[in-house]
Design a protein around this ligand. Structure first.
Ligand SMILES: *[C@@H]1O[C@H](CO)[C@@H](O)[C@H](O)[C@H]1NC(C)=O
Ligand SMILES: *[C@@H]1O[C@H](CO)[C@@H](O)[C@H](O)[C@H]1NC(C)=O
Ligand SMILES: *[C@@H]1O[C@H](CO)[C@@H](O)[C@H](O)[C@H]1NC(C)=O
Length: 541
């Protein structure tokens, strides 16, 4: 099998011009005493993917690069792309820094970034979203002019191209589920037949506190064509599947139904389960053992034995188990067969109260006026610069003059804090309002930004089928810079905006009432019209 794969690869490499390289890595990293982050990362490096002179349809020339992705990139002239499906919120206080500075996951729902040539009618962008919608079984086809935006401040392109810009769209209402995961797994050269992908259990992946699926297309090298124009000569396609698992829930077996009290409760107990030194007084025995670091078997954690490595992978190792510190990192190869019962990892006990936090909320809940507030808290002794991008649907009429900035809860003039403002006002049924801000985030300070908006009535057919649920407002995207270098990217939670909703049963009530009245009227008139009145004659005998 391995020989065959190597042969196949050699034929391509020695014969054609396409050079492909594939690697996969599973990282297991304990975050707290009961949360473990698992990251499946599949990387394909390929050259000449952006060269539109080669014809993919008749001679794709690829063995590893998924053909549909290659065609998508070429047809739509995509230089860089990030597609993220995420569910849940990364809890900074509990789990610490978000992996890869937040550049491999999105806000809750669906997020798409694409760096491509700017066009007047955005035809390629809509074509891209429609094609992705088909590939990933997602409602990306609902992206239209209202939620498309070209951001000014966040995210820098890897390779800058003339006349290109980032297009961005977010769909917070998208519910991420197995039907989105399957297309991701189908893009892998070994599918789930071997390698780390065989450990992805769809049921367990979606039963987690936070999960994220992402596809990133990253140009990694730039060269010059003979005519002097810049071209992207090599590209990296990265598929990342991340999840934060609750180990207690994962290891729970039906026969071991032990009740563990909440963590705060355990502070009063010592290691023997005695409360405040009084032995046996409390019936609630706190099992402190489960709170302090404990060993988890790899096999138990993933619920199945791994299959041997994918033969196409050129990585020397498949699995990295990260411990509390750098020294306790351990690398493994799946074909060793050692992983199944030997590998244990210990959970950690730590908290991160000292990281920059972002809170996003709706302020007042009236039926007419409402507001949105974004609060950033910096508990570190460092001065940061932050950029924030937020979006409001067009039926929430936001007004820039209502923008207020509060630093440490005191109202300050905007000019003292904000460095840059980019604002695109709403236009009814045409586009949402987008607000981008760049501001200072001094040490030990909290900065709160509030804008008011007016809820405007919408037409009956514009309500979603579950109108009373409300409308999702996409998460705010925040980038924290430490003297112009990116420190981290944060996403807030999405918000739920409730609009005054008409009583949708009213038309039915009216129809029923009218029909009844009509039926009664028609019935009696019809009765009067067709009945024959015959005089009663008496027989006089
Ligand atoms: C942060 O900025 C303030 C005011 O500009 C300055 O006084 C302070 O020294 C800075 N702190 C650091 C850690 O750079
Ligand atoms: C905000 O308050 C903290 C102490 O609570 C203080 O250290 C910090 O300097 C204040 N920030 C500003 C900008 O005044
Ligand atoms: C920020 O970076 C510039 C250039 O790298 C450097 O000159 C400057 O001292 C740095 N500022 C701080 C506050 O570290």
């Amino acid at each position: 099998m391995k020989f065959f794969a190597a042969l196949l690869l050699c034929v391509r490499v020695c014969w054609g011009f396409v050079r492909e390289n594939y690697g996969e890595l599973l990282t297991v990293k304990p975050l707290t005493s009961k949360h473990v982050l698992s990251t499946f990362e599949f990387t394909i490096d390929v050259n000449d993917l952006h060269d539109s002179s080669t014809d993919d349809f008749f001679d794709p020339g690829y063995t590893i690069v998924p053909l549909q992705i290659a065609r998508l990139i070429k047809e739509n002239q995509v230089a860089e792309m990030h597609l993220r499906f995420t569910r849940g919120r990364w809890d900074v206080e509990l789990w610490g820094e978000i992996p890869k500075q937040g550049l491999s996951s999105g806000g809750t729902g669906l997020e798409l970034w694409s760096y491509m040539p700017v066009e007047r009618d955005n035809l390629h962008w809509y074509q891209l979203t429609n094609q992705l919608s088909g590939i990933f079984c997602a409602s990306l086809d609902t992206i239209d002019s209202t939620n498309t935006y070209q951001p000014r401040l966040p995210l820098q392109a890897k390779v800058s191209q003339p006349n290109h810009a980032f297009y961005f769209a977010a769909l917070p209402q998208e519910s991420v589920c197995t039907e989105n995961l399957t297309p991701f797994l189908k893009l892998l050269p070994c599918k789930t037949k071997s390698g780390i992908a065989s450990l992805i259990n769809q049921h367990l992946l979606f039963d987690t506190n936070w999960h994220s699926l992402s596809l990133d297309i990253l140009p990694s090298n730039e060269g010059e064509r003979t005519d002097g124009a810049n071209v992207i000569t090599s590209t990296q396609i990265v598929i990342t599947i991340q999840a934060v698992h609750d180990v207690e829930r994962r290891l729970r077996r039906p026969d071991k139904s032990v009740f563990y009290p909440p963590e705060e409760e355990c502070e009063h107990y010592d290691d023997n389960g005695d409360r405040d030194g009084e032995h046996g007084k409390d019936p609630l025995t706190c099992l402190k053992a489960i709170r302090s670091p404990f060993a988890v078997h790899f096999y138990d954690f993933f619920g199945m034995p791994p299959k041997p490595s994918c033969p196409l992978s050129t990585n020397e190792h498949d699995v990295l188990v990260v411990g509390a510190d750098k020294q306790s990192e351990a690398w493994y190869r799946l074909s060793d067969g050692r992983l199944q019962d030997d590998v244990v990892f210990t959970t950690l006990q730590q908290r991160h109260p000292d990281l920059v936090r972002a809170d996003y909320a709706l302020t007042n809940y009236g039926n007419h006026w409402s507001g949105i507030s974004l609060m950033l808290t910096n508990p570190q002794p460092k001065n940061y610069t932050a950029t924030a991008m937020s979006q409001l649907p067009w039926f929430a009429h936001s007004y820039l003059h209502t923008l207020q900035v509060r630093v440490n809860d005191t109202l300050l003039p905007k000019e003292d804090v904000l460095c840059q403002i980019a604002y695109r006002p709403f236009k009814d049924r045409v586009h949402n309002s987008f607000l981008e801000l760049q501001f200072l985030l001094p040490a030990f300070t909290s900065v709160k930004i509030i804008t008011d908006f007016e809820k405007s009535p919408i037409k009956l057919h514009e309500y979603p089928p579950d109108a009373n649920r409300g409308f999702d407002i996409p998460p705010a995207i925040i980038s924290i810079y430490d003297n112009t270098t990116l420190h981290s990217t944060l996403r807030t939670t999405s918000l739920l905006l409730s609009l005054p909703t008409p009583d949708f049963s009213m038309p039915y009530n009216v129809i029923i009432l009218t029909s009844t009245v009509m039926a009664l009227t028609f019935g009696s008139i019809f009765n009067l019209l067709v009945r024959r009145f015959v005089p009663l004659t008496h027989d006089k005998t």
